[in-house]
Design a binder for this molecule. Structure first.
Ligand code: BJW
Ligand code: ZN
Length: 298
């Protein structure tokens, strides 16, 4: 990789060879080269909305149809892309190193699909393919729901739906083309609340099983992470891959790992960590995670 001095890769490999307890903190940049947009920066806008503004319980309460269309679109996108070489390299590395724990902020299902062992993959922010009841008194949850669209009303519109005049003139053989509802020039279908997914247990609205701002991370996940970080053996290394490290508690794991002895290796296309986060003993490997991670874990 042109930007990276071979000596940095060598010193990283030397440290990795003597490491037994390794963490990885994964963010949206890991899946960027698979074709999924990140949250911040270019691609962080969905129609006129900041992706992070839609990822809140307030947005869902105010307009569940809009928020479901956003998530239905993301489920569809995620199901139609493939894990990249970095997802595979991390999965293979996990199988080789029992003391490797992966903390993923990603909800796209690409690490599981790359064969990453489940016990070494903690989904900090849930999954697009989990669905749960929105009613606080109901604990209905569904995992591994890959139905796309999850209900017929959330199907992406096609050019036949919106362009009836040219449709009449179109040759019968041509198939309806799916429209990209992330594109502001495509009218967003109006989805009535009754047509959204409903809870088979209490009849309430179902919602995506992801962690929104202001919500707690899954309790079991937090326990595993805390146990790993508090282990008397300490932490040898933390790989910080494709994340802007702005969202807590995830971002805080970098400094906690450092305080437990870990060296820090950042893999990112940009120098994007909050100012002052990177110290002179850290490695910064600038570039596409899909290229650099396989090289580092070789
Ligand atoms: C590439 C690349 C390539 C591009 N190769 N790299 C302490 C201080 C201040 C605030 C708080 C705090 N503790 C808690 C809070 C509140 C809040 C928070 O952190 N706010 C901050 C923003 C200030 N946190 C919470 O609310 C959390 N809950 C919580 O703490 O509960 C207890 C509590 C409640 C209330 C008050 C206090 C405590 C929950 C956070 C949930 C985050 N959820 C989301 C949405 C998930 C569902 C969905 O997907 O829609 O998670 S937000 C969004 O951000 C998503 C992501 O997982 C997360 C992180 O983003 P990520 O992955 O870093 O993406 P980007 O886009 O930011 O960065 C991509 C990076 O990749 C960039 O650096 C690029 O350069 C790089 N890149 N291409 C390598 N090819
Ligand atoms: Zn329910």
């Amino acid at each position: 990789y042109p930007h990276i001095p071979p000596s940095a890769i060598e010193s990283f490999h030397a440290h990795l060879a003597s490491s037994t307890r390794v963490l990885a903190l994964l963010g949206a940049g890991l899946s960027a080269s698979s074709g999924l947009p990140t949250f911040r920066g270019a691609g962080g806008l969905w129609r006129t909305h900041e992706a992070t503004d839609l990822a809140t319980p307030q947005a869902f309460s105010a307009d569940p149809g809009l928020v479901w269309q956003f998530y239905s679109y993301r489920r569809h996108m995620a199901l139609n892309v493939k894990p990249n070489m970095a997802h595979y390299a991390l999965a293979e590395f996990a199988k080789k190193m029992p003391g490797f724990q992966t903390l993923s902020q990603n909800v796209d299902g690409l690490s599981p699909r790359a064969g990453h062992p489940a016990e070494q993959l903690k989904l900090l922010h849930g999954s697009l393919f989990d669905v749960k009841c929105h009613n606080f008194f109901c604990n209905y949850v569904e995992t591994a729901n890959y139905t796309d669209p999850i209900v017929p009303a959330l199907a992406l519109p096609t050019d036949e739906d919106v362009d009836l005049t040219t449709n009449a003139a179109r040759e019968a053989s041509r198939e309806a083309r799916e429209l990209d509802i992330a594109d502001i020039s495509v009218a967003l279908p109006d989805v009535p609340e009754t047509a959204l997914p409903h809870c088979p247990s209490c009849g309430g609205l179902l919602r995506p099983g992801v962690v929104w701002f202001g919500e707690s991370l899954p309790a079991g996940v937090l326990e595993t992470v805390d146990a790993f970080l508090e282990d008397p053996l300490g932490v040898d290394l933390i790989l910080v891959i494709g994340t802007s490290a702005r969202v807590f508690p995830a971002a805080g794991y970098i400094e906690i790992a450092r305080s437990r002895g870990a060296r820090v290796a950042v893999i990112n296309t940009e120098m994007d960590l909050p100012p002052g986060q990177l110290t002179k003993d850290d490695w910064f490997f600038q570039g596409d995670a899909a290229v650099i991670v396989p090289e580092l874990l070789r």
